[in-house]
Design a protein around this ligand. Structure first.
Ligand SMILES: *Cc1c(COP(=O)(O)O)cnc(C)c1O
Length: 384
């Protein structure tokens, strides 16, 4: 097995070792470019970065240093495990934990210089009590719920804690945040409602930096930017909105190797469940990637269905029948025979096949496509 060069060649096909069956290429230059694009849109607000769930499946260990070098200083993760992992990568970053303070973990957060996003009155009290016992006023954020009913203080909780005068001198409140439920739909009336509610609630709390916008929130315009923005999916090349063009660069490229070409006749069926009956003499390429590589089984196409189109070089090639765990079948009848060969590579995600298009066909969102890419494909990081 010869070690291989790491850049895709002009045709987007990676240079690969003989044994490789699927290759996931992650373009760290595109990641940095997307971060800079978001920062430009958000200025003068600070552009933080959300790197939870292993940087949306792309690899936090590789992504976080690239973002740091692009100038990002504030990071958000979900859990304590992620926060500690990130601390070992970025010793000087500000790290917030969105999922908040679990009972009994305050000392660990303190040791690792992590900041909890306090999501309830109980969490605020526990952090204040820990700060008092440690003899330090430690930084933290407070999340107020502005209408999503997920995490965050309710209006009643806000009233409750604002009156507890002993809490505030004990801790160092460094951020008040909330989260938008419908920012992917620019026209949704809930966006302005949440903004008004956020303003109303934070006016009752000690004054500090404010943060409301995720990726889609940044695109809603200046009213939503406040002091700090928290993009995730757009940095990773996902489409933050439901409609329109995606202004962000693709970061993820997934290619699968053709294992076999076969000829089949009209009337024959393809794959599990015999869901696809061929209506013409068909050349089928069997490609070594399946739902264990993040190609959702919902991408299967039965008779009469128009599914996701993969690409073989410049040629669109539709998926035929069911997606199985390790394999898909594609229709290469209309592709020049010289291209559709055993060992050739098919683009499953990349410049021609966006995560957004895949998500639409699979009945999901870009986020789930990215976080489901799995670990089996050979990972290759380029740029950065
Ligand atoms: C995940 C998350 C984000 C990032 O959202 P994107 O839509 O990926 O930009 C921001 N804020 C909170 C609270 C989150 O949970």
């Amino acid at each position: 097995m010869r070690p291989s060069a790491s850049r895709p060649d002009q045709s987007g096909v990676p240079e690969t070792a003989a044994h490789e069956t699927a290759v996931l290429t992650i373009d760290l230059d595109a990641l940095a470019a997307n971060y800079l694009l978001l920062r430009e849109r958000a200025a003068p607000a600070e552009c933080a970065a959300v790197v939870k769930a292993d940087a949306y499946g792309l690899g936090m260990a590789e992504a976080a240093p690239v973002l740091w070098r692009a100038g990002c200083r504030t990071f958000f993760v979900a859990t304590l495990r992620e926060a500690i992992d990130l601390r070992t990568i970025l010793p000087d970053a500000i790290i917030y934990m969105l999922n908040g303070l679990l009972a009994g973990t305050a000392e660990t957060l303190h040791q690792w210089h992590l900041r909890p996003v306090l999501n309830s009155a109980d969490e605020i009290r526990e952090w204040a009590a820990y700060c008092t016992s440690a003899g330090e006023t430690l930084a933290c954020a407070i999340h107020v719920d502005s209408g999503m009913n997920r995490l965050g203080l309710s209006a009643a909780d806000v009233e409750d804690v604002r009156e507890a005068a002993d809490l505030w001198p004990a801790l160092a409140l460094s951020l008040i945040m909330s989260h938008l439920a419908c920012a992917d739909d620019q026209a949704h009336s809930k966006n302005a409602d949440q903004r008004a509610r956020f303003d109303h609630l934070r006016a009752k709390l000690p004054q500090t930096l404010a943060s409301l916008a995720n990726s889609a929130g940044i695109l809603l315009g200046p009213d939503y930017l406040y002091d700090v923005v928290r993009p995730g999916v757009a940095m990773y090349g996902g489409h933050p909105r439901r409609q329109g063009d995606n202004p962000f660069h693709p970061v993820v490229h997934l290619t699968g190797r053709i294992l076999q070409i076969r000829e089949a006749s009209p009337g024959e069926t393809v794959g599990y469940g015999a869901t696809r009956t061929l209506s013409r003499p068909t050349r089928i390429a069997v490609v070594s990637a399946g739902y264990a590589d993040g190609l959702f089984r919902a991408l299967s196409t039965g008779d009469g269905e128009h599914g996701l189109t993969a690409y073989l070089g410049p040629h669109p090639v539709p998926i035929l029948g069911r997606v199985s765990m390790d394999l898909i079948s594609i229709d290469v009848t209309d592709v020049p025979e010289a291209l559709a060969t055993r060992g050739a590579w098919v683009e499953l995600l990349g410049p021609n096949v966006s995560a957004h298009a895949m998500a639409l066909h699979a009945g999901t969102i870009d986020y789930e496509i990215l976080t489901s890419l799995g670990t089996r494909a050979t990972r290759r990081y380029v740029g950065g």
